[in-house]
Design a protein around this ligand. Sequence first.
Ligand code: ADP
Ligand code: ASP
Ligand code: MG
Length: 415
Amino acid sequence: MARIVMKFGGTSMAGIERIRSVAARVKREVDAGNQVAVVVSAMAGETDRLVNFCREASTLYDPYEYDVVVASGEQVTSGLLAMTLQAVGVPARSWLGWQLPIQTSAAHAKARIRTIDTEALDKALATGQVAVIPGFQGVDDDERVSTLGRGGSDTSAVAVAAAMKADRCDIYTDVDGVYTTDPRIVPRARKLQQVTYEEMLELASVGAKVLQTRSVGLAMKENVRIQVLSSFDDRPGTMIVGDAEIGDNNMESQLITGIAHDKNEAKITLTAVPDRPGAVASIFAPLAEANINVDMIVQNVAHSTGSTDVTFTVPATDLARSLDVLGQAKETIGFVEILHDTKISKITVVGVGMRSHAGVASTMFKALAERGINILAITTSEIKVSVVIEEDYTELAVRVLHTAYGLDAEEESAA
Ligand code: ADP
Ligand code: ASP
Ligand code: MG
């Protein structure tokens, strides 16, 4: 007997027919004698729908109430799956975030899980019941409903797996594994049989949304065995493994592990910021205080006038709040104009092999230049290079780079 966590994403939960086939998969594991906790997402498109209601209600919506609204999508699917399981003879019960509870920080809309009480869960599993847990949600110290940020059900699943000391955490989604890039953009993307936590962490953090970044960090820390696989077929998926475990198809021998894109950032430029010590700090301190994560930063060469333009990116969902915060700090910062652009995209090439190889960035710049794709900002780290480009060129850029780094498979994937 093993203890397992099965997580099903939005596409897998979209409608009663699909929930029935999820129930059949869960039943298979139960019939094999395993103890099972299932973590579910809202139906595909539902969270977007709920987020839009919040935006319509108020541009600078209260994150506490946003959480009340958006957490509801997972409440629906967890109840539906529990009753579907019961209908096929599998004892099941749903456990909402506040019922277990899944205790989180009070950073609403991007809360972090602190602890999960497993008492009720252990009891349920010991009596042969399947526990169905809505992903994405928890409860803060004041017993207000909280959510973990978009894609957060992956993190819920890994956290539940760690708390209940599960033998494995299977993430069922609408592709059959982790690929060298999004297989929906590049049909010749290659499936990775194994990928290290470190590489997955990097890929996720730059936009490969197949796993939420925090879920990978948590799995690495808590030693949770994750497998990414399809809920629509039975092909073997991708195992996320430690460095020591990686087999002969060692990714370290590959220069580039993968390419990711992210359309969810917005670019802000403050013009004519005084070119003096402390000016940059006066921009980023209020953003940090407002819990807004700044990603790429470019400070242009100073004008002869003693001022400089500062450009940076923030999550698009935080754009309105960022403009508000910066607007209030205009006098302190001393900028002239604030410009913003949401029609941008960040393309990142990731590979641990970059540590020992030169030329990765120049291959990228050359390949993009040959297609006339203009680069708006660049950052590099030890194992990745990112560029910001105009959003319309995203798919083209990903395809061109996938070919330029020799990642194309001989045949198109079935994903
Ligand atoms: P779920 O609803 O199951 O959580 P997501 O939509 O969050 O599913 O994540 C799965 C999607 O991630 C896939 O449909 C695919 O388009 C996208 N994706 C992006 N990068 C990759 C990658 N490198 N490998 C596999 N899928 C990827
Ligand atoms: N339903 C949430 C979202 O769409 C959480 C998740 O699916 O992981 O972001
Ligand atoms: Mg997801």
